[in-house]
Design a protein around this ligand. Sequence first.
Ligand code: NAD
Length: 289
Amino acid sequence: MVDKHSPIGVIGAGQMGSGIAQICAANGYQVIIVDTLPDGLNKAKSQITKSLEKFVHQGNITAVAKSEILARMSTTTELEAIKGCKLIIEAVPESESIKKSILSQLPALLSHDAVVCSNTSSLSITQLGGFYTRPQKLVGLHFMNPVPIMPLVELIRGLATDDHAVETAFEFATSLGKTVVECHDSPGFVVNRLLIPMINEAIFLLYEGVASTEDIDEAMRLGTSHPMGPLELADLIGLDTCLAIMKRLYEGFHDPKYRPCPLLTQYVDAGLLGRKTQKGFYDYTVNQA
Ligand SMILES: NC(=O)c1ccc[n+]([C@@H]2O[C@H](COP(=O)([O-])OP(=O)(O)OC[C@H]3O[C@@H](n4cnc5c(N)ncnc54)[C@H](O)[C@@H]3O)[C@@H](O)[C@H]2O)c1
């Protein structure tokens, strides 16, 4: 059902969009990457090139394959470039208003049966469907970070999503070599419902002075075999994204157990968002962590 000859449109070339574009191209799809910022596109290109070079270095792909993958991607600041795409992945920031603005522009560019996949990690697919005149063709396709490495994708069915959209998204994700877990639309879906409250609790430990950043991470790495501690993982995900998910859980369930830690809010207010701003719980300007 997924037409390999039809290009995939990826909207938003940040951490997630660039990773998604990379695996699409690596699996034979032509990809059109759209971002409002030329700088965002340049960053995406260098991030993808770096990631592919790592794969070449590890012997996972050849230098020729790297060039072929890069050649399958094009970048633009014009949303109109995705006109006629049959499958779109939306990976713009986790803001209802930005996603609403994108979704409202898509019907003029896409055919009635084109499937739109949102990579949202915290917004309701049903609610996003309310911003799209074809909610039956909108699904959640939640990739994990870093996209080229993590094998899981959550596939979320909104209240109005039809079987064609779910089946197309399933087949597409599988064609990228991902394992799909399907779930209904519920705050945090499956992974973030479990993961983000754990990260939030680690921030409470730091906030209350129970242990240091490094010790909290080491405790979870060595005590539970997590490959990364919760605070370094928060820096990787982005503290703004973590906060948005905690707020969504809190608002979605009205349960105080999901209240965001005040320290998390302060970091976000201060613009300390983790790796993407070079500072979060760790300082990446001095090569720590
Ligand atoms: N960071 C994670 O670990 C993670 C994991 C899974 C899902 N997600 C979700 O993926 C989405 C993107 O997250 P991210 O971490 O890649 O964000 P990001 O901030 O790194 O990237 C977002 C990109 O979108 C661009 N953008 C903003 N407005 C735009 C517009 N109107 N049109 C086109 N591009 C626009 C920005 O310039 C930026 O390059 C969010 O919905 C987030 O919740 C994030």
